[in-house]
Design a protein around this ligand. Structure first.
Ligand code: IDP
Ligand code: MG
Length: 139
């Protein structure tokens, strides 16, 4: 892959169920970000536990784990200038009820858990998460 900054996104099972894969990817592509890797994953319990390692002890984790493994999700690597920050800004606040209109969560979701998308929160998280979902890339 190129040397542009990268981030890991997930289109969570609610996005797939609701037929929003195209709409959400289109927003990222419209912003000028590039999809450099993408896959659909099912039953990713161990991957989810690794991905959410910082949250596994929290009260909200069991239902989150149930949700994130409730159907296929799409994992992708996006590249672009300041892509980590750009994606977090486009995704909007974690609680979609409070997320600003114009953001993906603000426009398309209304739940704190079922909030459609994940975006890495730092360059270090992106590297770790890309390693979990795309070990074959050896980034
Ligand atoms: P983020 O996805 O905006 O980075 P985190 O705090 O890292 O938010 O939480 C990870 C995911 O866990 C959220 O996107 C959401 O799906 C879920 N989550 C976080 N906090 C809560 C909560 O209080 N109730 C239910 N689900 C939550
Ligand atoms: Mg997070």
């Amino acid at each position: 892959m190129s040397t542009a900054e990268k981030t890991l996104i997930l289109l969570k099972p609610d996005a797939v169920r609701r037929g929003l894969i195209g709409e959400i990817l289109s927003r990222y592509e419209g912003k000028g970000l590039t999809v450099v890797a993408m896959k659909m994953v099912q039953g990713a319990t161990e991957l989810a536990d690794a991905h959410y390692a910082e949250h596994v002890e929290k009260d909200f984790y069991p239902p989150l784990r149930e949700f994130i493994t409730s159907g296929p999700l799409v994992a992708a690597v996006l590249a672009g200038e300041s892509v980590v920050e750009v994606v977090r800004s486009m995704n909007g606040a974690t609680n979609a009820i409070e997320a600003a209109p114009g953001t993906i969560r603000g426009d398309l979701a209304a739940s704190k858990r079922e909030n459609l998308v994940h975006g890495s929160d730092s360059a270090a998280s992106a590297e770790r998460e890309i390693g979990i979902w795309f070990p074959e890339l050896n980034t």
